[in-house]
Design a protein around this ligand. Sequence first.
Ligand SMILES: NC(=O)c1ccc[n+]([C@@H]2O[C@H](COP(=O)([O-])OP(=O)(O)OC[C@H]3O[C@@H](n4cnc5c(N)ncnc54)[C@H](O)[C@@H]3O)[C@@H](O)[C@H]2O)c1
Length: 123
Amino acid sequence: MKVAILDSRKEAADAVANKIKDNGGQAIGVACDVLNKDSVIEAEKIVSETFGDYNILINGAGGNHLDGTTAKEILEIADLENKDENVVTFFDLETKGFEFVFNLNFIGTVIPADGGFMAYSGV
Ligand SMILES: NC(=O)c1ccc[n+]([C@@H]2O[C@H](COP(=O)([O-])OP(=O)(O)OC[C@H]3O[C@@H](n4cnc5c(N)ncnc54)[C@H](O)[C@@H]3O)[C@@H](O)[C@H]2O)c1
């Protein structure tokens, strides 16, 4: 399997690609921001020019944001009644935190799938 590792942090992509190469595989690291269609198209060009056709796209880019994350898995009424600034509840979350997490983890899979890597070719 030839493997292209895409990441917004090129050095992180290169580190994984180098591990694969050190173990006898074929791999490249490519800079790519999954939220930027132009960046995805550019990355797809590099991958197809380097390896030719490809068969599998794994959407692994993702992450979280402090403003979109509660301190506890379960909302406890006591945390609403006795406010502690270190305990972030659902009601403390910012929509910009939600937006960041939603965009990265959801839209960040739609753009690579739609924006180049899996564009339907009739095959
Ligand atoms: N690790 C887990 O336990 C777990 C559990 C459930 C879901 N997930 C999800 O699986 C995915 C991968 O998880 P992971 O543990 O490997 O995370 P990770 O943080 O190790 O890897 C995510 C990678 O995405 C890259 N990235 C961030 N923003 C990017 C962008 N805009 N464009 C391109 N690359 C970007 C980061 O640089 C990072 O290398 C994430 O979406 C995560 O939410 C992980």
